[in-house]
Design a protein around this ligand. Structure first.
Ligand SMILES: [Zn+2]
Length: 179
């Protein structure tokens, strides 16, 4: 299952309080946004890098994204979620990612880990495609605009499937569908 961010807030504080041995990744200032995650050494395709940690939410008890303090809310396939506040949540979005989040079963619950999508050289920034769930096309392209610089940048961190069809396309479809 492809994991997606259910909500994102840019005002989250840095997890300086967290004590975590993050040997494969390091956090430092990013050219994309704020602090980012970088490869601490050469990484192999598929390698499991760091767990996406934060406050856990039970299914049916998801937070209101407008409440201050919710930072990077990740929805899992069982309906639970994690509001990312750990190192992994520092990883920035990019439209041509070199990492992705994958689910793993562990200690009685689903967990999410950042994995390398391809071989990654030491000091490369680690980025994944947030595919952020947003309510409107306008929100996607204004509030969550993307300027990752990739040739294929789609201009938003939002899930492209939400807006894959323009209004014009939809109108055309409706007009041509049999009554
Ligand atoms: Zn982009």
């Amino acid at each position: 299952m492809l994991l997606r961010l259910q909500g994102l807030c840019f005002s989250f504080s840095n997890p300086a309080h967290e004590v975590e041995m993050a040997l494969k990744v390091i956090a430092r200032k990013s050219g994309l946004h704020g602090r980012g995650l970088f490869a601490a050494s050469d990484l192999a395709a598929g390698e499991r890098l760091i767990e996406y940690k934060g406050k856990r939410y039970a299914a049916g008890d998801l937070p209101d994204m407008k409440i201050e303090g919710v930072t990077k809310f990740l929805g899992l396939s069982d309906g639970t979620g994690i509001d990312g506040t750990g190192w992994a949540a520092l990883a920035n979005h990019a439209c041509e990612p070199n990492c992705e989040l994958r689910e793993h079963e562990g200690r009685g619950q689903l967990r999410a880990w950042l994995h390398a999508l391809r071989d990654i050289k030491q000091d490369e920034e680690l980025v994944w495609d947030y595919r952020l769930v947003v309510k409107s096309r306008k929100e996607a392209y204004s509030r969550w605009a993307c300027a990752c610089g990739a040739p294929s940048c789609r201009g938003t961190m939002a899930n492209p499937e939400l807006f894959s069809k323009t209004r014009k396309d939809k109108a055309k479809e409706q007009a041509s569908s049999p009554q």
